[in-house]
Structure formats: C-alpha cells, structure tokens
Design a protein around this ligand. Structure first.
Ligand code: MN
Length: 201
C-alpha cells in the first residue's frame, strides 16, 4: 500500500509567529509530499510495500539510499507535524519528572537540545529519544533518524524532533537557525510528546 501525506490536525497559520504559514504550507504540501512520492517510487514492487514506515527505518540497511533518504523523510516529518501545534501544553507529570531526573530539568533540556540542533552541520534533525527507558538528546544528518539500524551514535525511539534543514526555517529566519530553534519551544504539543514517552516506559 502506498504511503500518503498525513493531514495536519491544525491550520498552517496555527504556529505563527514562531513558524509562519507559508513555510508550513510548502514544508508539508511540497517537501513532505516529495519524500512520500519518491519513497513510493523507490519501494514499488518490493517487500517494503507491506511494511510500516517504522519497520522500514529499523531495517534501513537492507534498502537503497533512495529509501533511506525518502523513508526517513516521511517518518521524520510525520512525527514533526504531530509534536507541534498545541501551544500552552506542558509535559505530563511522568515526563516532567524524567526530564528533571535524567536531563537536569527543562531549561537544561532546551539548552542541550538547541545545541544539538544548532551544531548539526548542514541538514539534519535534533532528537529527544527514549533508549532503554531513559531520555537522551542527540542529532542525525540528512533524513536519518534514531530508529535506523545504520545510525550508531543516536539510537532510541524519538519522542520529539526538530527539523533543521534550511527549508524548515529559511523564509522567516534566513540564516538565523538559533532563533528558529528557540521559537520551536513555543509551539510544541507536549500532550503528544508525553503520550509517546509514556508508551515507551
Ligand atoms: Mn523538512
């Protein structure tokens, strides 16, 4: 079955002024759609057509670079849309206490996560993951992600991710990636991040 572009649960304008509507529209309807189209073309007629995108990522070493780039692109963006769009939400009690105990608190999480995002050279993603029941922060290049078997230095299951490809911020922020990374924290859907966290512990 072919992969399809997921609908957003909020409007493109909903993340303004932190992420502008035009960026959201192009990012979702053009960039994410292109990953899906290219992924579907790359797996046409192969066993991967029967798999979930998570299972494709977990076994990505079996597939072509096109599947790695576009399958990663589909997984990463699908997660990204879901963990955005609910300003004002807060981490659940369980997640908040894990952030305090394992990452040194919310301010330290933001500092370390933004450092991972800002220092990722070129294009990639910063992640908050769960590995063996514990929170960790790391980053991957291009459209790789922590589920992929080829990724060795950033393992785990992502519960929060930030796209630091220029297409994610250039219209509004140009070269100011740090400002985009700071603004990101205003538009997170902590209910969704908490749900993902509690499903893994
Ligand atoms: Mn993107």
């Amino acid at each position: 079955m072919a992969f399809e572009l997921p609908k957003l649960s909020y409007e493109y304008v909903a993340l303004e002024p932190h992420i502008d509507a035009k960026t959201m529209e192009i990012h979702h309807s053009k960039h994410h759609q292109a990953y899906i189209t290219n992924l579907n073309n790359a797996i046409a007629g192969t066993d991967a057509e029967q798999l979930t995108i998570e299972d494709i990522c977990k076994n990505i070493s079996k597939y072509s670079p096109a599947v790695r780039n576009n399958g990663g692109g589909h997984y990463n963006h699908s997660l990204f849309w879901q963990i955005l769009g609910a300003p004002g939400t807060k981490p659940s009690a369980k997640l908040a206490s894990a952030i305090d105990a394992e990452l040194g608190g919310m301010d330290k999480l933001k500092e370390d996560f933004n450092k991972a995002a800002i220092t990722r050279f070129g294009s990639g993603w910063a992640w908050l993951c769960v590995e063996n029941g514990k929170l960790k922060i790391c980053s991957t290049p291009n459209q790789d992600n922590p589920l992929m078997d080829v990724v060795t230095d950033c393992k785990g299951t992502p519960i929060l991710g930030l796209d630091v490809w220029e297409h994610a911020y250039y219209l509004n922020y140009q070269n100011r990636r740090p400002d985009y990374c700071t603004a990101f924290w205003n538009v997170i859907n902590w209910d969704e991040v908490s749900r993902r966290y509690e499903s893994l512990i």
